[in-house]
Design a protein around this ligand. Structure first.
Ligand code: EL7
Length: 283
């Protein structure tokens, strides 16, 4: 670990599903780096704190005010989108996703963003003081953006949420949650045999679980030699804010002996985990 200052982005995500002209739902979640801090469920008036430090340095009154703003916003947003859908002849069902947040940099600098995706594709961003189409956004969006930009009150609120509220919340969360964000949790690793990929072939599985933070290096080795045929799965979340990874190697049954799985992770301080394949288990 270097002692240099690290940046931890704070991200708020909104997922809105519009099933038909009458059924919609909107959920929100907030993340500081790899940790989910808040949940804002459809139909709930309050923002749920998922960590003991989720309040950051906001006062109860500041949370009340923010919840109120978001409550008004959620119903206005739903109504706006339903009106746009009529005006622009959009076909149901469709999904809108918002990603908004900020990241504080050394000094007092911070950078904020707000992007909107329609059916999974980025279409609109808030830039400075205006809504703007994404590069290559479909032309029909221009009418919606023109309408959105007429609402100076909303533009001022979005601007102040992005440039003041967000960095204040993020820096308070960072201070309160720093020890949990910067913790190091060691992986456990174990080997197993996967489904046979063919006659006289074995699939060796190396499971690595329970580690934090996310970056990890896992390879099948023969002695000091990396096995380039190693197949790495996706790093998947466990329910307790740690991660899981499975790494496999297909080999001829006779060549499994002498193979080992090596795990490097920041929590291990250079003491890699090395597990040797036990040739006697090969069936
Ligand atoms: O003059 C926060 C934005 C966004 C807050 O048009 C507040 N258009 C938990 C995690 C939470 C995660 C949530 C992240 C969300 C971050 C904006 C301002 C507001 O509510 N404005 C609405 C009400 O405006 C009226 O009242 C205001 C005072 O309350 C002012 O006086 C204002 C007055 O007009 C206003 O109705 C807004 C609501 C929607 C704004 C918005 O988000 C983006 C929409 C993108 C459109 C995509 C285009 C499109 C259309 C159709 C189909 C596909 C795509 C911690």
């Amino acid at each position: 670990q270097t002692g240099s200052p690290r940046n931890f982005p704070f991200r708020c995500l909104q997922i809105s599903s519009f099933a038909n002209t009458t059924w919609t739902r909107t959920d929100g979640l907030a993340w500081l780096w790899e940790l989910q801090t808040h949940a804002w469920r459809n139909g709930s008036d309050s923002i749920h704190f998922l960590k003991p430090w989720s309040r950051g340095n906001f006062s109860p009154q500041q949370w009340e005010d923010l919840q109120h703003i978001l409550g008004v916003y959620r119903s206005s947003f739903t109504r706006d989108i339903q009106e746009f859908a009529i005006m622009l002849s959009k076909v149901y069902p469709f999904e809108l996703q918002l990603s908004a947040g900020c990241e504080a940099y050394p000094g007092n600098a911070s950078e904020s963003f707000l992007h909107v995706a329609f059916q999974g594709t980025h279409v609109v961003s808030f830039q400075g003081t205006y809504w703007e189409p994404a590069p290559d956004a479909p032309l029909w969006l221009n009418r919606a953006i023109e309408e959105l930009n007429k609402d100076q009150g909303t533009r001022e609120m979005v601007q102040s949420l992005l440039s003041d509220t967000c960095p204040q919340l993020a820096s308070g969360l960072l201070e309160a949650g720093k020890s949990e964000l910067e913790q190091q949790v060691k992986p456990k690793a174990w080997l197993s045999q996967g489904p046979s990929p063919g006659s006289d072939r074995l699939q060796l599985e190396c499971h690595v679980s329970g580690f934090y933070p996310k970056p990890v290096w896992v390879m099948w080795m023969r002695g000091e030699q990396d096995q380039p045929e190693t197949q790495r799965g996706d790093v998947l979340p466990n329910a307790d804010d740690t991660w899981y990874l499975r790494v496999t190697l297909d080999v001829a049954a006779g060549e499994a002996a002498g193979l080992s799985c090596r795990v490097k992770h920041s929590s291990l301080g250079g003491q890699d985990i090395v597990l040797h394949w036990d040739g006697s288990r090969s069936s």
